[in-house]
Design a protein around this ligand. Structure first.
Ligand SMILES: *[C@@H]1O[C@H](CO)[C@@H](O)[C@H](O)[C@H]1NC(C)=O
Ligand SMILES: *[C@@H]1O[C@H](CO)[C@@H](O)[C@H](O)[C@H]1NC(C)=O
Ligand SMILES: *[C@@H]1O[C@H](CO)[C@@H](O)[C@H](O)[C@H]1NC(C)=O
Length: 416
């Protein structure tokens, strides 16, 4: 057998083809285990076109012009483990096209123009572990679409037009580890939607239109590591809604029109290292908001135009915090002992606020603080001993304030 024009045939049974190919090339059936057609002119996948390749396990047609798949295209290839049809021009799939593929583990249909899926499209795919249908135009899914996929680990539905999901859509996906729903049009989610996903590690809901969350939506995912909710339309979060997420390491809430947060929101979350809470409508936050995030190392509570004050003890329980950014809020004043428990803090950003003065000894007990930003405030004067306790200080920015350059500032100038 000669390796066909446009293809490279590898000794281990892999074949890669590219270019003006319009049909499945003629290959050595006794030695072809993987076939990938990338950037080709293949438009139609014909009936049983893989028939000669009885040993083929992995098949892909990507970045091509494929727009038609014959209903029996895969009938003669039940041994297939992987099919990737990413970045083509598919707008419909024939019902039952994957029906006999009981061994299939990986199916990628992302980057096409699919507008719907028939409810039995994935029937019988009990060995599937990875399904990617992202970047299509699917606006709704039948409740039974995924019902046979009891082995599924990864489900990617990002970049579609989903507005609503049937409450039982994910109920059989007991093995699921990651569920990506980013960049859809979801407005609401029903209570119980995620209740059976006990093994879920990653849940991505960012960039949707979600306006409110059912209170117990996240209560049954004890393994969850990553939860993203940024870029939605959330004005409020229900009390206790983040209570049972003891393993969470990443949480995003920024870019939401949040107006206020409840007093009891976050349960024990000792593994969370980084939090970003910006571009919201919060004017203040509950004093205990971060109290259960004892492992936090970087807290970015910044760029919240309406945030004018911070409660006392807000940073009470963050013994590991290294970076605190409060820049570009509208803070007018700070509490006298606002930072006094942040003994490991190295970076403190207070620039871009409306601070007219600082409480005496505001920076005491910050032995590790190396970088302090105070520029772009309304400061007129500071006592000469303001920075005296900061033994590790390496840089401080003070520009764009309203310094009162009279004798009243002598002590501070001497320190400088
Ligand atoms: C999974 O694949 C095995 C063979 O690899 C097969 O015996 C079994 O029937 C398949 N499971 C399902 C649920 O189809
Ligand atoms: C704050 O609320 C106003 C009015 O509801 C809205 O127009 C604005 O986009 C919100 N800001 C943010 C940052 O969400
Ligand atoms: C911290 O978490 C515990 C356990 O989930 C909970 O009982 C407590 O109320 C939480 N504290 C705050 C301030 O939310």
């Amino acid at each position: 057998f000669l390796c066909p024009n446009g293809c490279v045939c590898f000794p281990d049974g892999g074949v890669q083809c590219t270019g003006a190919i319009t049909d499945i090339p003629l290959l050595d059936a006794s030695h072809t285990f993987r076939l990938s057609l990338n950037d080709t002119s293949l438009k139609v996948l014909k009936s049983q076109s893989l028939q000669p390749l009885i040993l083929l396990l992995r098949f892909s047609i990507t970045h091509s012009v494929l727009d038609t798949i014959h209903p029996e295209a895969f009938y003669s290839a039940p041994q297939l483990r992987s099919i990737k049809l990413s970045s083509n021009a598919l707008s419909v799939l024939p019902p039952g096209v994957f029906r006999r593929l009981v061994n299939l583990e990986q199916l990628h249909l992302d980057g096409n123009q699919l507008v719907s899926l028939s409810p039995d499209m994935f029937e019988g795919l009990g060995n599937l572990t990875e399904l990617d249908i992202s970047k299509n135009q699917i606006s709704q899914l039948d409740a039974n679409t995924f019902q046979d996929m009891t082995s599924l680990y990864h489900l990617n539905l990002a970049g579609n037009l989903l507005r609503k999901l049937p409450q039982t859509l994910f109920h059989n996906l007991m093995q699921l580890k990651s569920l990506i729903l980013t960049s859809n049009k979801l407005e609401t989610l029903e209570e119980g939607s995620f209740d059976h996903l006990h093994n879920l590690l990653v849940l991505m809901l960012h960039k949707n239109q979600i306006q409110d969350l059912p209170p117990k939506l996240f209560w049954h995912m004890p393994s969850l590591l990553t939860l993203t909710m940024s870029g939605n339309q959330l004005s409020y979060l229900p009390a206790e809604s983040l209570y049972f997420l003891p393993n969470l390491t990443k949480l995003t809430l920024y870019n939401n029109p949040l107006i206020s947060l409840p007093d009891q929101l976050v349960g024990r979350m000792p593994r969370l290292k980084e939090l970003y809470l910006y571009n919201t409508n919060l004017s203040t936050v509950p004093w205990n908001l971060f109290a259960n995030m004892t492992g936090l190392m970087s807290l970015n509570l910044h760029i919240n135009e309406k945030l004018t004050s911070l409660p006392r003890n807000l940073f009470c329980c963050l013994p590991n915090l290294l970076k605190l950014s409060l820049r570009y809020n509208s803070l007018q004043a700070l509490q006298p002992d606002q930072f006094s428990q942040l003994t490991k803090l190295q970076i403190l950003l207070l620039n871009g606020n409306m601070l007219q003065s600082l409480p005496a000894r505001i920076f005491y007990n910050l032995p590790k603080l190396a970088k302090l930003e105070l520029s772009n405030n309304y400061l007129k004067n500071l006592p000469g001993d303001t920075f005296l306790d900061l033994n590790s200080l390496q840089s401080v920015t003070l520009g764009h304030n309203r310094w009162d350059c009279t004798c009243s500032i002598t002590g501070f100038v001497e320190w400088l």
